[in-house]
Each structure stands twice: as structure tokens, then as C-alpha cells.
Design a protein around this ligand. Structure first.
Ligand code: TEU
Length: 577
């Protein structure tokens, strides 16, 4: 991205224009305007008192989500599973775990979302299954069955390809011995998650038809889990797919045949210079999770410094309003806050600066990140969390709000591993189990955390809704602002230089109009001057309550600590800034 470059509101759309409507009035680019909310059905709302969140409970809480303003849900795996990796260990791709509901309840969710004009994205775990999946059971029992070749085996583990396991604290490597097969099988994740042999055309066909199954049930797209490990070398001979992009292209082609608005969001945490690959020139993934952005933005806001934001924009290809590059931005997700994309010094700094724990508990895991929520990273400072969300919602790409972060929920380090950041939603602190479930606390899928950190309080939704100064309402206002600013998805983004390392400003130019967003990353008040070539009389406040004065092609903004301001207006004819 050009720092301070003049925008070009009249850009002509390229052939790949994601916003060009379909003949039937549909909109394949809908995901670019969407605000996504990521949640886990089993920890969101229990409707029947068994201690497990379920689809009915989620349906009962849709008013809350509509009120927040999100219009697309990404739900994490809900398939039958032994739940040894929170459901990313799938035992059956075509069903719903009975503790969470049924296919009928799933269909009801789709219908309810449709009625509200909301979309649904589900998680597809295509890199591996659970060892409890029928394919693996048949594979291990019969080396002659076609299922044997669904996985990757070796009888000579000493001579086999070895690489790092993704969970180094728990797994010695990528091969585990299976007693029944009498051989070792390959797994990049936990030992109970054997990698699928994605080079096998029978496996490919299974995966495509699973996608079709869910699209036919009405989902709008998928988060493709572990898209990077999927195409890494696998098995005894470190086999690589001849044309890895074909897999993504074909998945998209098959998906679009069922639903021509279907989107594929890839979780591809690859090196920055390899990210463009996953878009396949517009024929591959529609958007990639912005892991570079996640580490840099969350860190930059946490330390009150803008250099990580500059660095993020330098590292990744620019989002293209009329091209194939698009980002799914997030501040935190349901895994550890992965810092591997930060420069070494910053990673070391972040490891110590944000570390929490004591009494044998430690937030640092897998040698790469903190199992902490946003509220822990920012010491429960709701002003900073609100500002981070304003920034998230104003960045080029599709914003993803992580369930619970909109009310400032804290992690529970008494829980093992990443469960710390996956405790049930806290609806109302005055109710048993904070309103998540009426079950005996012993029966809960994951205990509700009621403690929070010393000196900070554990938040709930009830005490915030309707209070304009609350975190929930401020996040909702930022979502509303995003919805009123289509130029974020359609405009050309550029960084606006400001004379202060703890301030950040960027703008979008679209259709002759300018949207400027200024964020004060510091805890104390700041005044900045930023280029803003809009007539003073025409400047419109979109979000934030900071004072500003527009004059002479610039705007002077006075912001309290952690304050933000979005301003827009028609660009002046002289183009001066
Ligand atoms: O994570 C997959 C994944 O590749 C990364 O999160 C990885 O841990 C990190 O980037 C290492 O660089 C997904 C899910 O989000 C996670 O919860 C699952 O455990 C994992 O897949 C296995 O399915």
C-alpha cells in the first residue's frame, strides 16, 4: 500500500469484480460487506439444561447477535466428535453432535438466519479426521480396503519423512503407531488426528461432496481449517500435491455449482510471500485469515505503537476492492494468540509483556503464543478493547468479532491448554452459570468462569446492553458505522501520515468521497493533524466523539486516550491534502 497515496475514486472494476451482481440479483461479493461473529455452539447457550450449548440455544440468542449488528456467523465444528481438539477432530462430517442438537435443529438455524437476512459459515476440517472416524477405523482394520489409502502410513518409520508437529508440547513428532494396522500413521496435529491423504482422488471426492452436502442444507460458505498443512509435504515420502491450487479451485468450482454465492475462507497461516498463492488468481480462496494482521494489530494496540501496523501493510498483499486479494481480519480467535509473524524482538517482548499466570499456570503455549483473550492482553481496559474493535472494523477486509470479546470476557487459565479462551458465554452474572445453562455447574461442557483477573472484573452481557458507554454498545456502534461505510470494502485504502508514533490514521477513497479513520493508540490525550481534502461544511462524523476542526486540506483531531474518530465527506475538486 502506498503511504499517503492519493486515492482514485473512479477506478474501473476489473473482470474479477467481486461486487458485480449475479444475473439473478445474487451477490458473490457479499462477504466483503459482512461483519462476521465467530462462536462455538456448545459454549454459547444451553437451551435444555444438560450443560451443553446447543443449536436451539443459539437460535434463542439471535436477537442478541442482531442487536450487536453482525450479519454472518462462523460456527466452529459441531460434528460428532470425541472432542479431544474441541471438535476439530471430526468423527462424522455429515451429522450434528447429539449433545448440540440434530440436523433438524441445524436446519432451523439456517431458516432463522435466512429470515433475518443473516449468513452462515461453517468450519470444514479437511486436513485430518478423528481416529474415531469410520474411515480410519476401516483403514486400520483392513490394509486392502480403499480407506487404507485415505491416510498416510509407513512400516519403516526410521526412514520416513519427519517434520515438526503443530503441537510440540504434546506430540513428539508426526508419526504414531497404530496397534491394529501394525504401522505408523502420519499426523501434523494431535496423534488422534490422522492426516488425510489429500492426493488420493477418492479422498478429494469425499471432501468435495461433504462441502456440497452442507451447501445443499443452506450454508453460505466455509472456513477451511488448516489449509496450509493440507498442502504441505505428507507421508513417508514427503509427498506433495502436483498442483495444490487445483484442490482449492476445484473445491470452489464444486461449491459454486451448488450455491453461486458460496465463499471459501482459508485458514492458511503461511509465510507472507506465499499468501497470494492461496487466492489462485481469483479461482482459489475468496479470503484468507489475516494472521499477519492479527499479531501486528493486536500487538500494536497493546503496546500503543503504530509501527506494527505499518509493518503489517508492508508484509501482506493489499486487499483489492476490484481484485482477488481479500482478508478476514481478527483481533483474537479461539486458539492461542499466535505471535510467530512478529519480528523476533517483538515476539520476545510480547511473550513477557503480555504473559499472565502464576501458581503453575502459564499463558504461554506451544512456543508461539498466549492462551489469553483480548481483555487479558489489554488488562481489562474497555477503552482499549473498544478502540481495537473500531480499528478492526475500519481495516480493509472482512472483520471477524470473536465471541465474548465484545463484552470483554477474560480467559480462565485454570482450564487446560486453549480451553482457557473457550469458556461459556457470560450472559448475566446474576444468574446461575452466568445465564449460559441451568445445569449443575459440574455438568457444564466447560466451566463458566466467574473470576477474571485480580483487579479486573469478569464481564457479562446483561450489565452492558443499553448502556451507551459500555464496551458492548461501543462495539455495536462501530459495527453499525462499518455497515454505513461501504467504502471500506469498495474503496482504495491508504495510510495517512500523522506526526506521532502512537497515533494511526488511514483513509478510503471511493466514488469521489473520502473516509478517514484516526485511532489514538496511547493512553493519554493526543492532538494530531492529518490530511483530509474535504470541505469543512461537508465533513460528516461517522464514529467517535473526538473534537475535530477541518481546514486547509487537513483536519486537526483532539482525542482522549484510546479514542477514535471516523470522518467522511466529498473529496475537494483541487485534490489537495
Ligand atoms: O488451527 C490450525 C492451524 O494451523 C493453526 O492454528 C496453527 O495452530 C498455528 O497457526 C500454527 O502456526 C486450526 C484450528 O483453529 C485449531 O483450533 C485446531 O486445533 C487445528 O486447526 C486442528 O484442526
Amino acid at each position: 500500500m502506498d503511504a499517503d497515496a492519493a486515492g482514485d475514486g473512479e477506478r474501473v472494476s476489473a473482470a474479477a469484480d467481486a461486487f458485480a451482481p449475479l444475473a439473478d440479483g445474487g451477490q458473490p461479493g457479499w462477504y466483503r460487506d459482512a461483519v462476521v461473529y465467530s462462536l462455538d455452539v456448545k459454549t454459547f447457550q444451553d437451551s435444555d439444561g444438560d450443560g451443553w450449548g446447543d443449536f436451539r440455544g443459539l437460535i434463542d440468542r439471535l436477537d442478541y447477535l442482531e442487536n450487536l449488528g453482525v450479519d454472518c456467523l462462523w460456527i466452529r465444528p459441531f460434528y460428532p466428535s470425541p472432542l479431544r481438539d474441541n471438535g476439530y477432530d471430526v468423527a462424522d462430517y455429515r451429522d450434528v453432535d447429539e449433545r448440540l442438537g440434530s440436523l433438524n435443529a441445524f436446519d432451523d438455524l439456517v431458516a432463522e438466519l435466512d429470515a433475518r437476512g443473516m449468513r452462515l459459515i461453517t468450519d470444514l476440517v479437511l486436513n485430518h479426521t478423528s481416529t474415531e472416524h469410520e474411515w480410519f477405523q476401516r483403514a486400520r482394520e483392513d490394509p486392502d480396503s480403499k480407506y487404507h489409502d485415505y491416510y498416510l502410513w509407513t512400516s519403516h518409520v526410521d526412514e520416513a519423512y519427519h517434520t515438526e508437529n503443530i503441537f510440540p508440547e504434546f506430540e513428539d513428532g508426526v508419526w504414531s503407531y497404530d496397534e491394529v494396522a501394525g504401522k505408523h500413521y502420519f499426523h501434523q496435529f494431535y496423534g488422534h488426528q490422522p492426516d488425510l491423504n489429500v492426493a488420493n482422488s477418492d479422498v478429494q471426492e469425499e471432501l468435495f461432496s461433504i462441502a456440497e452436502f452442507w451447501l445443499e442444507r443452506g450454508v453460505d460458505g466455509f472456513r477451511i481449517d488448516a489449509a496450509h498443512p493440507m498442502i504441505l509435504p505428507k507421508g513417508h515420502n514427503a509427498h506433495r500435491l502436483e498442483d495444490p491450487q487445483w484442490l482449492f479451485r476445484e473445491l470452489k468450482r464444486r461449491a459454486r455449482e451448488v450455491n453461486d454465492e458460496a465463499v471459501l475462507l482459508a485458514e492458511a497461516d503461511d509465510e507472507p510471500d506465499r499468501l497470494d498463492f492461496y487466492f489462485g488468481d481469483g479461482e482459489g480462496f475468496d479470503a484468507l485469515f489475516n494472521f499477519v494482521g492479527n499479531s501486528h494489530v493486536t500487538y500494536g494496540v497493546g503496546v500503543g505503537d503504530s509501527w506494527p501496523l505499518y509493518r503489517m501493510f508492508e508484509q501482506i498483499p493489499d486487499a483489492q476492492p476490484d481484485g482477488h486479494v481479500w482478508w478476514a481480519n481478527f483481533l483474537r480467535n479461539h486458539d492461542e494468540w499466535n505471535l510467530l509473524k512478529l519480528p523476533h524482538d517483538a515476539l520476545e517482548h510480547a511473550r513477557e509483556e503480555f504473559r499472565k499466570g502464576g501458581d503453575g499456570r502459564d499463558s504461554w503455549v506451544f512456543g508461539r503464543g498466549h492462551r489469553l483473550r483480548l481483555a487479558d492482553l489489554y488488562d481489562g481496559d474497555h477503552d482499549r478493547i473498544a478502540m481495537a474493535h473500531s480499528l478492526l472494523l475500519s481495516l480493509p477486509g472482512t472483520p471477524i468479532v470473536n465471541s465474548g470479546d465484545e463484552i470483554g470476557m477474560h480467559a480462565d487459565l485454570d482450564r487446560p491448554e486453549r480451553q482457557a479462551v473457550r469458556t461459556p458465554m457470560r450472559w448475566d452474572g446474576a444468574e446461575p452459570n452466568a445465564g449460559f445453562s441451568t445445569a449443575d455447574p459440574e455438568e457444564l461442557v466447560i466451566p463458566v468462569d466467574g473470576t477474571g483477573w485480580p483487579g479486573v472484573f469478569q464481564a457479562d452481557a446483561a450489565s452492558q446492553r443499553g448502556d451507551p458507554g459500555s464496551l458492548f454498545e461501543r462495539v455495536a456502534s462501530a459495527i453499525d458505522a462499518r455497515k454505513r461505510c461501504p467504502e471500506i470494502a469498495r474503496g482504495d485504502c491508504s495510510i495517512v501520515h500523522v506526526d506521532s508514533g502512537d497515533m494511526w490514521a488511514h483513509r478510503f477513497d471511493h466514488d469521489g468521497r473520502v473516509l478517514l479513520a484516526v485511532h489514538n493508540l496511547a493512553s493519554g490525550p493526543r492532538e494530531v493533524v492529518a490530511g483530509f481534502d474535504v470541505d469543512p461544511a461537508d465533513a460528516e462524523r461517522v464514529l467517535g466523539d473526538a473534537d475535530y476542526r477541518v481546514a486547509d486540506g487537513g483536519v486537526t483531531v483532539t482525542l482522549d486516550g484510546c479514542a477514535y474518530l471516523w470522518l467522511r465527506g466529498e473529496r475537494r475538486g483541487d485534490g489537495g491534502r
